[in-house]
Design a protein. Sequence first.
Length: 641
Amino acid sequence: MLSVESVVAWATQHPILAGGLVFLIAFVDALLIVGAVVPAIPLLFALGTLIGLNVLEPISTLTLAAFGAFCGDGISYLIGRRYGTRLSGIWPFSRYPGWLASGQEVFDRHGSKGIFIGRFVGAIRPFVPAIAGMLRLPPTRYTLASALAASVWSVVFIAPGWLFGSVWQQLEAVAGPLLIILLGSATVLLAVVYLGQRIYRWAAPRGTLWVERALAWSRAHPQFGRLTRGLVDPTAPESTSLVLLALILLALLAGAGVLLLNQQWQQEFDPSFWRSLRSPWSDVVVQPMLSLADPLLLAGLVSTGVLWSIWRRSTQGIAHWLAAAAVGLLIDACSAALWIADERSAWHWPLPACLASVGSLSAIIVARESRQRYAARPYMLSSAWVALYGFALLYFGLAQSSQTVFGVALGSTWGMALGIAYRRHSLAAPGIPRFAKLAGVALMALFAFTVINEWSATRHRQQLATHTLGMDRPSWWQPTAAALPSATGKPHPGPELLYAGPLESLQSALNDGGWYQLGAAKWSDPLQLLNADLKPSDLPIMPLARDGYGELARWERVSSESRREVMLLWPSRWTLDDGRPVFRLQVVPHRLARFRGGLRIWLPDPASEINTQKTLASLAPPLQALQTAADWRLQPTSTRE
């Protein structure tokens, strides 16, 4: 499976091919027409990240990116110069004249400066050089402007990834999962907003034509047309079409579940990837996303629509809202029976189809009565709502990826069908935008309540599922006993102790060994890192997560002003046959890292000269006293898959 580690390994082993890939990405992004569909920003961000990770050399990477962009722009310029104004009559510009018109406007307003400006605007970047060629801009002026623009562009678009890679290399162990969660959430939001807006602008002008064609097809095919006629024909009853569609969606769900049930790729991808992102800090960020489909919030949204329909005396509207929720819940119930989530528990039941169904219906109803310039916003809001909730489901392991995708797809299809039927069979309601604003404020307050309530009620239940190790007391004491499996599928760095016994006895033994216990991590600890008056030994140690768990306790032994030995205790997902939990105990050397702005932070240092194996072995004498009350042993460096 493609991963960060595999990409880094490939780039390290093939530096020439990696350099060629840098040139190719920038070159293709600058080509006429092709550059409009190439996702250059995430690719350039990834290249910058590899620079920050010391995989790619900075100067050569920036030079290759700039040269690739310059060459791509040059080809676009030559095409424009070759065809001149005839280019606007050639497909696809004859079908989409706005592509060249947008670049023409920039060039007319700014002249040759438009070459520099256009390079930083994604929508017109591939077209401005062609416009310059069409207008016969002298090659010398074009070359100077294009070379300068490409050079600055490569630095501006690669620098964010470069910075991220540098920070990631330093803070991966402390805040790596949190950084990925924040970046992933932002990427999901930006992608949903961008794609939603583009899709709406493309589909909105064609919507009426599609409906008329569907109506004509339904009338020409009476038998098969029963599926669509009730949705698009205002004179036909909609109930038959909606019932048939609901049955088809449930049949598709059942077929997909049978085909994908117990597939090996699901069991490998879903648990290991998402577990690797689990940490107490990340849980705090993702928990509100999970509340986006809280039953109380969904009930509030549906109740709002029902009350609006009652006020308008629309029995049809009431039926649509109730049908959106009911069929969505039915799809989710069937999904739960077909897919077995890795971490499903009683504290949250996944509702992707219900949320997608209700969200799609509400977006269509509100967008219908909104002004044209604001009509895309309900769709983007609904899409972002569903996308973030799906992200949270996968993060907490409450649903498999295929289950989430199918639930959202079927729920959205059902909600859109209801929305289309509603729009074709009901009159306009001019008061909806104002009512939607008031309802939005009320739903935001309800959402805040559900977040607070769910966090206080379920945070102690958001742990990974517990499994029995399959080892009795005699086997536990065997020196050849197997190591604990890793929840993320990756080996844990360094040796560690496995402990099954009272934590009070462990605390006493560590005190006898010269270790003193640190206080629990606080949310105010990051602010202490900026306090220049604190001694290095007084700076807080940032918490570390292991397999999605936060630390239960930690002890330390100061080695020097720049080195500290920290002993960390984590729970594990495993218990012995008699039900006793197994804990992980590991010595993690820390070094003092200094950043610009006075920031100082203790970071884990696996390459430290501190011999962690020797340190753990030195704990044997004080831990011998625990043999009558507890069990412990030294675990090998590798872990069982």
